[in-house]
Design a protein around this ligand. Structure first.
Ligand code: S3P
Length: 169
């Protein structure tokens, strides 16, 4: 089987999907697209504003519509929002369109990278650390189930990741 022409990164907020995705795309000569950035580009506002005006459901509807389109593109590395896997439609679209890589980080690393970030509306709660643990417990099984390759972020060496992908496909 040939190397996939689309690589889809999944994982929690702060796992490094955007950073790794950009490196991977550059390395493979592919285009990089981040679904959250695409939503922001189309709406002209930041994600927290969408949550404020339309609620999480409104955001999820936009995310689903954008992902359906992005999953049709070729020669891309696609970074998805952490909650994109929650909808079955998104899971199906991702599964049929490319190789799915789960970037799996420790809670302590996720917390370290997100705790001062005001751009993650789901973490704007009285106890964001507890929320992160809850999201991890809820989503880790979904990410694992969906992924073709699981990458612990401690192993985030781009050459290693590419080799793993090659071996896997
Ligand atoms: C979300 C993750 C965010 C963004 C939105 C909701 C989530 O993306 O889509 O705030 O449900 O985990 P990142 O994973 O890129 O931070």
């Amino acid at each position: 089987m040939s190397f996939p022409n689309k690589i889809i990164l999944i994982g929690l907020m702060g796992a490094g999907k955007t950073t790794v995705g950009k490196m991977l795309a550059r390395h493979l000569g592919m285009r990089f697209i981040d679904s959250d950035h695409e939503i922001e580009r189309r709406t002209g506002v930041k994600i927290p504003v969408i949550f404020e005006l339309e609620g999480e459901e409104g955001f999820r509807a936009r995310e689903t519509a954008v992902l359906a389109q992005l999953c049709q593109m070729d020669n891309v590395v696609l970074a998805t929002g952490g909650g994109a896997v929650l909808r079955e439609e998104n899971r199906k679209n991702m599964k049929r369109s490319g190789a799915i890589v789960y970037l799996r980080a420790q809670i302590s690393d996720l917390w370290h990278r997100t705790r001062h970030d005001k751009n993650r509306p789901l973490l704007q709660t009285a106890d964001p650390h507890a929320k992160l643990r809850e999201l991890f417990a809820q989503r880790d099984p979904i990410y694992r189930e969906l992924a073709d390759v699981i990458m612990d972020t401690g192993d985030q060496n781009i050459h290693y990741l590419v080799r793993r992908l090659e071996q896997k496909l």
